[in-house]
Write a protein that binds this ligand. Structure first.
Ligand SMILES: Cc1cc2nc3c(=O)[nH]c(=O)nc-3n(C[C@H](O)[C@H](O)[C@H](O)COP(=O)(O)OP(=O)(O)OC[C@H]3O[C@@H](n4cnc5c(N)ncnc54)[C@H](O)[C@@H]3O)c2cc1C
Length: 435
């Protein structure tokens, strides 16, 4: 369907879609980003913990300094027993990682990260199309035709679906594959995220509090004036599809967790009273790990294909690393075939991407799946675990965070074709690009 150079159609201008756009620019591969909203610069959004291996990905693109400027400082992690607000364990995991890997954790708002990606993208004015909701996709042996809700057709060589948990690309891919209804993401937890003005409350700043053991998990991080919070509680029954909550439902939910302590001396209701309620969002947090990641000339990346709750702060990190692997394989193929890969060659690259990232993401996904179920319990056992066992076997605190460093952070992926040396700590990176 396309003549001339290889062209990638990226569906979705979330963090993962915009990262892919940067990766394509660096690969000299033509691309277009289709975003359903009227702007890519969506001002709302959650706090994202950007892990050191992800900060390294940003550094490779020249975005490290921008990220440091918007990051929210953080030093301690304190776990809190939700019934009485007592601290059950403290670690300095956030501070340990920089000497080990050369990069710190950089918690930042999703809107800030999006702005960094957007403003630094050379083709932002020409290659991002907004108000471009994808509704259909056709393929043939030469390329793809993507239909937008406004009737416009966009042609390219492949589609990379980075359109999030309710991915239309995923549904269309399953339709093309002719394999019955697509696998679904399932919600077992729901919660609120937002911020509150805590200038009159004595909450320790630059500390990440995680309140658990009282039937919900409440995580919050205090800045000098604001507290960023997110709650998660089991749903009465699992749910598939998109659910929109009313303000009244959000108030009822907030009341149901109001007596849970978020930190010593402060309950969630104290925070909620001070919350910016018009900006708070209540949502189901879906989980899912799809078995099909690609078909024909379509491939999925990010939340569209592997989605956890926010409890371990790794969803976006996993998405960007999947994108780095996909982009590296695609760059190699496009270069080796002088911009004209066949459908079989594309399929081979997409299969290799799926195989590699399935292996890497699955243990992280399973860890998040278990964790959210553990921390939202309300049982004597969970209290005993947090009070007496976890302080001695805290994987984040043990040997200065060596376990996550060895098993997760040092394995960070990287764009293989973008020359980069980057920072180095005491634990070497296992994957390096050309230098
Ligand atoms: C409360 C909360 C806290 C979190 N905390 C962390 C954290 O600390 N660390 C972390 O790593 N992750 C965290 N996450 C997860 C992280 O937000 C997601 O993993 C990440 O946003 C996924 O990025 P994405 O680009 O794949 O999808 P999205 O961010 O969902 O972006 C998808 C984009 O596609 C667009 N789109 C959708 N459908 C179409 C269509 N048909 N046509 C065109 N465009 C379309 C959407 O408008 C959107 O712009 C958190 C999530 C939540 C909810």
């Amino acid at each position: 369907m396309t003549e001339g150079n290889f062209r990638v159609i990226i569906v979705g201008a979330g963090p993962v879609g915009l990262y892919v756009a940067h990766a394509m620019e660096r690969a000299n591969i033509d691309y277009v980003v289709l975003e359903q909203h009227s702007t890519a610069l969506n001002p709302s959004g959650q706090l994202l913990f950007t892990w050191p291996q992800t900060v390294r990905l940003l550094h490779q693109l020249g975005l490290h300094q921008d990220a440091k400027e918007v990051a929210i400082p953080i030093h301690y992690k304190k776990r809190v027993y939700g019934h009485d607000g007592s601290i059950t364990s403290t670690n300095q995991f956030w501070d340990y990682v920089e000497p080990s890997h050369g990069y710190p954790f950089l918690p930042m708002l999703r809107s800030d990260l999006i702005k960094i990606f957007y403003t630094n993208l050379k083709g932002r004015d020409t290659n991002i199309i907004t108000s471009a909701e994808v509704v259909d996709i056709e393929t043939d042996s030469e390329g793809v035709r993507v239909q937008l809700a406004n009737g416009r057709i966009v042609e390219g060589s492949v589609v990379i679906g980075a359109d999030g948990v309710h991915s239309k690309s995923r549904k269309l891919m399953h339709k093309l594959a002719g394999q019955g209804p697509p696998e679904e993401m399932i919600s077992s937890f729901h919660g609120i995220f937002g911020w509150a003005d805590i200038s009159d409350l004595s909450i320790e700043r630059e500390v990440f509090f995680e309140s658990r053991g009282a039937g919900a998990v409440i995580q919050c991080l205090g800045t000098p004036k604001k507290l960023r919070f997110v709650t998660l509680k089991p749903l009465p029954e699992t749910f598939t599809g998109r659910k929109r909550y009313t303000r009244q439902e959000m108030e009822e939910y907030a009341a149901s967790v109001g007596d849970i302590a978020v930190c010593p001396g402060v309950k969630f209701k104290d925070v909620w009273e001070r919350a910016e309620k018009d900006k708070a969002q209540m949502l189901n947090q879906e989980e899912g790990f799809m078995s099909r990641w690609h078909y024909d000339r379509l491939v999925l990346v990010g939340d569209a294909v592997h989605k956890s709750t926010s409890v371990n702060g790794l969803g976006m990190t996993c998405g960007l690393h999947s994108a780095a692997v996909l982009a590296s394989l695609l760059q190699g193929l496009v270069k080796a075939t002088s911009q004209k890969p066949t459908t079989d060659e594309i399929d081979d690259v997409f299969s290799r991407y799926q195989k590699k990232r399935q292996r890497e993401v699955k243990p992280v996904w399973e860890g998040g799946y278990s964790m959210v179920r553990e921390v939202t319990q309300d049982s004597l056992w969970s209290w005993m675990w947090d009070r007496y066992i976890l302080p001695w076997f805290d994987v984040e605190g043990l040997v200065k965070g060596l376990i996550p460093s060895l098993f997760l952070i040092r394995h960070g992926d990287i764009l293989s074709y973008v020359p980069f040396v980057g920072e180095q700590g005491s634990i070497p990176w296992l994957r390096r690009p050309i230098s």
